[in-house]
Design a protein around this ligand. Sequence first.
Ligand code: HEC
Length: 208
Amino acid sequence: MKKTLLASLALAALAGVAWAADDDKAIQALVDQYIATGYQQGEKQQLERLKQDETLKACSEHRNKPPADLMKAIMEREKATIKYPADNKMMGNWEKGKEVFNTGFGMRVGVIAPDKADKPRGGNCYACHAADPKEVAAGNLGNSLTGYGKMRGNSEETIKYTYEKIFNSQTYMACSNMPRFGHNGVLTPEQVADLVAFLVDPASPVNK
Ligand code: HEC
């Protein structure tokens, strides 16, 4: 008798887990549906970005806290996608980088106006980070990057880390809130190298 009771309790507990997982799936499906239909549909709409790849799906499923083995797998997979500049020069020109850091043009979801091929896209980095101390309109979702090069120097190691972090932030933090700028084709490897210079070059206003 006792055994049966224990067995049915165990079964009920298992079923409870199964129901919870089903609920989660149903809620996720509903969220996906709302997101997919929440934008105006039709020709010229750029809605491709709403589709999650394997990495984003895993992060959503685990509320950005995947178990350690999955976290490691995500970071390895993301790192393997990094492309480097043609001459492998990961530090470009800080003045150009300043422009890219500041500009918010390009890659919207939905269409305001189609991206112009001759107008380079920007990183809109100030939306989340402080950098040049003279720029007061800066967000704080990301850490302040003011004095970045002053604090970390400009060793090859720092340059490589900074390049890889900007190209694909999920290489270093499996479920980072920072967009994967190079990976998603928002910025070119050369633009990423210019951003590295803006952060690391002692002559950049970030380090003044
Ligand atoms: C949507 C917000 C967001 C945007 C936009 C964003 N970042 Fe980030 N960034 C973060 C967050 C959050 C972190 C800290 C967590 C992490 O390391 O992923 C971070 C971390 C970083 C780091 C690592 C800092 C460190 O202390 O090691 C660098 C470098 C960086 N961002 C550069 C940039 C650049 C350059 C841009 C623009 C091309 C940018 N970020 C745009 C949110 C953002």
